[in-house]
Design a protein around this ligand. Sequence first.
Ligand code: Z5A
Length: 218
Amino acid sequence: MRGKFITLEGGEGAGKSTQARLLAEHLRNLGHECVVTREPGGSPVAEALREVILSGAAAPLGPSAETVLFAAARIDHVVQTILPALARGAFVVCDRFTDSTRVYQGALGKVGPGLIHTLEEIATAQCRPDLTLILDLPAQTGLARAAARRAQQAADRYEAEGLAFHEGLRLAFLEIAKSEPARCKVVDAAKGPDEVAQAIWATVQALLEPAAPIAGTP
Ligand code: Z5A
């Protein structure tokens, strides 16, 4: 039986990595195999591309080329890591996936929807998330968390963007949740880590329960 593919999305400092770890712990405690992974990255070639993308080395190529690099990393990640784990029946919990491309490169990066859609089809035709948890919180709260975590280090490329950019990210993720309610669940990420984990678990539990038989079928 195919495993379940869960993605975590949201803005800066929303707690995606923290919640991916807590969710995986919970699933493993119940005896499930769980692979925690991330994007960009999650496989050897994709991790190499992560360095290229996040260092800013590819920025001079322009937003469309960067979007192609995110997609190339995703193809390797899907083929090398995600599909084999799902085929074994494992849970895959992934920190960012296609919705991040839609938001960062699409809605906020001004790459046209045609290219975003085509690359998404190429990279993920056989691999759509069963559930996407959109961790939602005010941009200012997320930025404060990210700043506290990095302490004296310089802000990264996106963190250095203004508040309006981060509010735009938040709205774009909420827009996706609204347009795909069957796949996406919005989680209030401004609460403490344990409360957020409980809300996530309540949603994930539904994936563990076998579908109810349809009335009238044997
Ligand atoms: N990107 C893209 O542009 N296009 C794409 O297609 C993809 C990605 C896939 C990857 O950055 C960048 O790539 C990302 C978008 C872009 N850039 N940005 N921004 P990354 O992997 O380096 O980092 P990130 O994904 O942005 O993660 P993050 O925002 O830095 O953090 P997070 O995973 O959401 O949060 P965290 O690490 O779990 O927690 C942050 C801090 O807050 C930490 O100190 C925690 O202890 C604390 N925390 C966590 N939860 C809580 C709660 N509930 N209360 C209080 N404090 C908390």
